[in-house]
Design a protein around this ligand. Structure first.
Ligand code: GUN
Length: 288
């Protein structure tokens, strides 16, 4: 059997059309969602991500502004900018691209973003709401993965989902969202013993470890849905995921390509979160 390669481009295009319609409706009511993206330093991968985010905003009619700050920016200067964006009525979403330079404490920066404008769902208050299943903003990559699974009508209730990776951005929230979908969830990571024995039990396998091509066919059950969150460079400098795509292709039931599926879907969820934040704006008591 050869896996169904998930057509990320088509999925993303149809969701972005829906978002574009929502933005148009808001425009008719005299409102435009706005996103501020903050990039500190000159990490080349981050620069590409930030450019793609701004381009996607333009495509659907969201106002966006990118603040590119030098690597020497101090924590205080960054906090001052975030303070201004928190109080800027044109801005409904604030995204500070990670990683930040080492001399800036990420948690202090994240804590300073208004919980109402936290379109990444990185603020501890929003993470807490996610943990207890309260409605609110959802983190972009994990909610993008759930969106892919829903649109493909992959059954999740009662199924075994294995997440490889335990980061705050992907692994942990991914496990929570799968749990909310009533999957039986296992989290594996770099210290997991006999990894393949566990991942081979997965009906749904989400790879989010950040190690090029580490998931091979011996890690995958016949017919499993394999979602690759990785974005790495292989030995020839070519973009690749955490899954060895060619090796797994004959075993998996569904597989996401890298690049071209989870990445653009993540940005699509960012657009969705920005529109939702704009829709909510004005409904809370005081800006923070
Ligand atoms: N760096 C890598 N992924 C992300 C993300 O989803 N959001 C932000 N802000 N930074 C990132």
């Amino acid at each position: 059997m050869t896996a169904n390669v998930i057509n990320g481009k088509a999925l993303v295009a149809s969701i972005r059309e829906e978002i574009k319609r929502d933005v148009q409706e808001m425009a008719n009511a005299g409102k435009q969602p706005g996103l501020a993206v903050v990039l500190v330093g000159d990490d080349s991968a981050s620069a590409v991500y930030v450019r793609n985010k701004a381009k996607a905003c333009e495509e659907v009619g969201i106002y966006s502004e990118v603040h590119r700050l030098p690597a020497e920016t101090t924590e205080t200067e960054l906090l001052t900018l975030i303070g201004q964006l928190n109080n800027d009525e044109r801005i409904h979403g604030i995204l500070v691209q990670l990683p930040l330079p080492k001399h800036i404490q990420e948690d202090i920066v994240i804590d300073s973003i208004s919980i109402h404008k936290d379109v990444d769902c990185f603020h501890p208050a929003n993470v807490g709401n996610l943990m207890i299943g309260k409605p609110g903003v959802l983190p972009c990559t994990p909610s993008g993965v759930i969106e892919i699974l829903h649109r493909l009508q992959v059954p999740l209730a009662g199924k075994h989902a294995v997440v490889v990776g335990r980061s705050n951005i992907v692994g942990k929230p991914m496990a929570l969202l799968l749990l909310q979908e009533h999957a039986t969830v296992t989290i594996c990571h770099s210290r997991t013993e006999r990894l393949a024995e566990i991942t081979r039990q997965a009906d749904i396998l989400v790879a989010a470890v950040g190690r090029a091509k580490m998931i091979k066919k011996e890690h995958v059950k016949e017919g499993a849905v394999v979602i690759d969150v990785g974005m790495n460079r292989d030995e020839n400098g070519k973009l690749c995921g955490d899954v060895d795509f060619d090796d797994v292709l004959e075993t998996a039931g569904y597989i996401t390509p890298v690049p071209g599926c989870v990445g653009p879907m993540t940005i699509t969820m960012l657009l969705k979160n920005t529109v939702a934040a704009a829709e909510r704006a004005g409904s809370h008591v005081s800006p923070e």
